[in-house]
Structure formats: structure tokens, C-alpha cells
Ligand binder design. Structure first.
Ligand SMILES: [Zn+2]
Length: 318
């Protein structure tokens, strides 16, 4: 609660500056399929498997990375991409000796991580689990402003909804290890979950950690730059320097990678807040090059700056 209050105060300080800041306009709304086509995501993409240990691996396909834990007690997966990917994902899992799923944990409600619920939720004996806010978001239609386009994500049918939810923490005791689910407040969305495999010394952070470029922050639906930083710091405190970090997108990473990502976000936040307090507009902040030391590695910062600016100048905290 204290952390949330401090975060709320810091947002008010910025939002309460002497200058008015307009929220950037929302672009045209498109369907998920149109959006996938525009970024070249095709469901014929081959699934890649990276084995991290016996009965523990990551599946890369189209959408968010999937972590799989399997053993004598059953199979637990984190995130499930799209229904169209499941024929290929099942084949990849069968190569690892796995033919069913007992638990699916959604790191959050975005389509590229949770649309697969629509395939898995129709299977017998598969329980879908999420943080309570993510389930709430899946009950209704929403628009996700990606800046270049805005995507309409429709409400999920009953069978694709999580039937088990939690607020701040939950534990599984499965396959000889404890698996902690943590929610550390609004970050990438309002319903993010970090899944910490204690026996594996590994975490799946969903889109709170993007290892394929600057993070997307769903500022239009309650996400914030401050929240992403605070969430990552809470997770780092649960890890050690030898921990494996599975991002929402991009290759499997390390504790040091996550720590440097947080340091980058804090540096950029500091620069942006200073400029916002000077009354600079979004365009002026983009022109100021607040991300320039990292652009060569991380790519085009326009979306990230837009969503960060929106979250720093508007109090979206629920
Ligand atoms: Zn996401």
C-alpha cells in the first residue's frame, strides 16, 4: 500500500506541474488479425523450443514466450499465444514428452499472451489462472493503443476465462518445487503476474520485461512507466544474480539483463520528468533524444516515449 501511495504521489507531482499536457490522440482501431498482418506475424511460423532444464523449457512461436514446467504432478504453462498456434505448440510439447496441460497461467490479458485460452479452455482438466484484474479485463471489449495503431480485443467467451484468480500472491507446489505468482501493482497492464519457479531459480515476467526492444506500456488501460519500474524492482528483490529471466518477448535473459533494463528505464524516466516539468510537449521530448544512448540496441523509441509520457502526465492508476 505504501509503495502504491508513493507511486501515486510521484505521478501527481508530474501531472500537477504548471503546464497542461494533452493526451496523445488515439490512432485508428483495427482488428487483431489486421494488426498481426501488418507486423508480419503469421501462424505458420515454426515453434522453437529452448530447454532450460529437465522438464522445464520455453516455446517461442507467435506472440508471448511460453514457459512449460512438467513432471510427475502434471504440466503447468505460462501464457498461451493464439489458438491457431496450438497445433504447432502441441507438436513441440509432444517432442518433450508432454501431451496435456493441467494449469495455464496468463501473465496478463493481452491477446498475444492469452488468446490461446480459447483453445486450451475447451480441453478437459485444464485450469486457467490469472491475477484478478486480468480476468476482469477479459470480461469486456477493450482497445489497446499501440500508437501506430489501436487494436480491438473482444471479450473472451466463458470457457476462455480464468477460473482461478488471485490478488497479490499465490503459490503452486508442483513437480517438487514451489512456484510463486506475484502481482506488484499496475505495470505493463493492471493485471500483471510474475511467475517465479523457485526450484529452477527462474522467473517468467510477461510483458513487464521485454527483451526485444523498448517495452510497450498499456497506458490507455492503466499501465505506467513508474509501475513497470516498481514491478521489476519487486521481482529483482526475489531473485539472485544466477536467476534465469524469461521475458514476455525476446530471448531468455539473466538477472543482470533485467537489472540493466530497470536502470535504463529509471534514467529515461528522470530525463522525461525533467522535460515534462519544463512544459515540453510529447514531440519536443521525442526530439530531445531522451532514449538516444539505447536506441541503437533497442530500436525506435516512439511508441515507448508516447506511452511513458501518457502515463507520466495522466493519472491512470485505478
Ligand atoms: Zn502485453
Amino acid at each position: 500500500m505504501k509503495k502504491l501511495f508513493i507511486s501515486f504521489l510521484s505521478q501527481c507531482v508530474v501531472a500537477g506541474a504548471a503546464y497542461a499536457h494533452s493526451v496523445p490522440e488515439r490512432p485508428q482501431v483495427v482488428s487483431v488479425n489486421d494488426m498481426l498482418g501488418s507486423v508480419g506475424w503469421g501462424f505458420d511460423t515454426p515453434v522453437k523450443t529452448e530447454k532450460l532444464g529437465e522438464g522445464f523449457y520455453v516455446l517461442f512461436g507467435v506472440g508471448g514466450n511460453i514457459a512449460v514446467s512438467s513432471g510427475p504432478d502434471g504440466v503447468l504453462v505460462v501464457d498461451d499465444q493464439f489458438p491457431e498456434m496450438w497445433p504447432s505448440l502441441w507438436k513441440a510439447m509432444e517432442l518433450q514428452g508432454d501431451s496435456g496441460i493441467d494449469f495455464v497461467i496468463n501473465t496478463h490479458w493481452h491477446f498475444d499472451h492469452a488468446d490461446g485460452n480459447q483453445a486450451l479452455g475447451q480441453k478437459d482438466n485444464t485450469w486457467i489462472v490469472s491475477q484478478a484484474n486480468s480476468r476482469a479485463m477479459m470480461l469486456d471489449d477493450h482497445v489497446i493503443n499501440l500508437v501506430g495503431a489501436a487494436v480491438a480485443q473482444p471479450a473472451y467467451p466463458e470457457h476462455a476465462l480464468p477460473s482461478i484468480t488471485f490478488d497479490t500472491a499465490m503459490q503452486f507446489h508442483l513437480n517438487g518445487e514451489k512456484i510463486d505468482l506475484l502481482h506488484a501493482g499496475p505495470a505493463h497492464t493492471t493485471g500483471d503476474t510474475a511467475v517465479i519457479f523457485r526450484g529452477r531459480n527462474a522467473v517468467h515476467l510477461g510483458d513487464v520485461y521485454n527483451n526485444s526492444g523498448y517495452p510497450f506500456i498499456d497506458a490507455g488501460n492503466g499501465g505506467s512507466l513508474d509501475g513497470v519500474i516498481a514491478f521489476c524492482e519487486s521481482v529483482l528483490a526475489e531473485l539472485d544474480e544466477t536467476s534465469t529471466v524469461i521475458p514476455g518477448h525476446g530471448p531468455v535473459a539473466t538477472y543482470a539483463d533485467l537489472a540493466s533494463y530497470v536502470a535504463m528505464l529509471k534514467d529515461i524516466r528522470k530525463e522525461m520528468v525533467a522535460l515534462i516539468k519544463e512544459g515540453k510537449s510529447l514531440d519536443e521530448i521525442i526530439q530531445a533524444g531522451v532514449t538516444s544512448p539505447w536506441d541503437e540496441k533497442m530500436g525506435n523509441p516512439a511508441q515507448f516515449i508516447n506511452r511513458s509520457y501518457t502515463s507520466l502526465t495522466t493519472n491512470y492508476l485505478p
